[in-house]
Ligand binder design. Sequence first.
Ligand SMILES: C[S@@+](CC[C@H](N)C(=O)[O-])C[C@H]1O[C@@H](n2cnc3c(N)ncnc32)[C@H](O)[C@@H]1O
Length: 259
Amino acid sequence: MLLSKSHKMTSGYDFGYQWTFTHIHLIPFVLFGAITAAGIRWRWRRWITALAAMAALWGLCGFAITQLVFVPNSPMPLPTGRFLASGAGRVADLGAGSGRASLMVLLTRPKSTVVGLDRFAQNYGIVGNSPARFLANMKVAGVQDRAEVQTGDMREMPFPEDSFDAAVSSFAIDHLSREGEKQALAETSRILKPGGEFLLMVINRDIWVRIAYPFLHGHGYFGMMPARQRWIGLVEAAGFDMVEDGTIPGTLYILARAK
Ligand SMILES: C[S@@+](CC[C@H](N)C(=O)[O-])C[C@H]1O[C@@H](n2cnc3c(N)ncnc32)[C@H](O)[C@@H]1O
């Protein structure tokens, strides 16, 4: 994961992810922890105390995974060094939100510029999702001179064709309907120059996600086809050649090149 520790540790970011994502596990931890303590103190039946202890432990694990593995209040780690290896280029961040993926690019690719595109219409887990918050995070990282934000829909992007060297999209296209996914991928292909790189990042229901969010639904996981196969098929059908795919905790990534 190619994000230096100093960038990751930069304080002052506000990515706005709501507590139901970042801190919800503390509720079962505290509640079932108290029940466990009471069970031990007053010698309740062992199975009751054991069940409560397991639920409390799950809360603790979920919280630890969220804070230490997913680290929602930090720029995203770049999952592959092959993305924009030249270090330069004009990049679109599709569904940029509060800017975690834009910072991933700007901090690891020092000669790049980023345009963050987002509808900013619903919060999608980011409380008060707005262009102002995106720009404030760019400022915290000291990269505001290389970042712009634009309000618009990635299913109908407000950009001319062949206008970007690369595009990234993290946990955004997998929020769209089946038709919306195809539209957004076709639009990505349209705005990229021939040979332009596309790094798609979607939720991967791996062991980390299954432990921390066992009830997660949506994110393109309906249906029987394995997610990796489905996303690769969609990306190829939109006019890309595959370069690489892989996973980092909680994330499936696909690196592709526009034809
Ligand atoms: C879960 S957030 C991810 C934000 C950011 N990429 C990140 O990884 O932190 C999903 C983002 O996609 C945006 N979004 C959803 N549908 C969109 C659309 N049709 N066009 C543009 N942005 C969209 C939402 O506004 C939201 O900011």
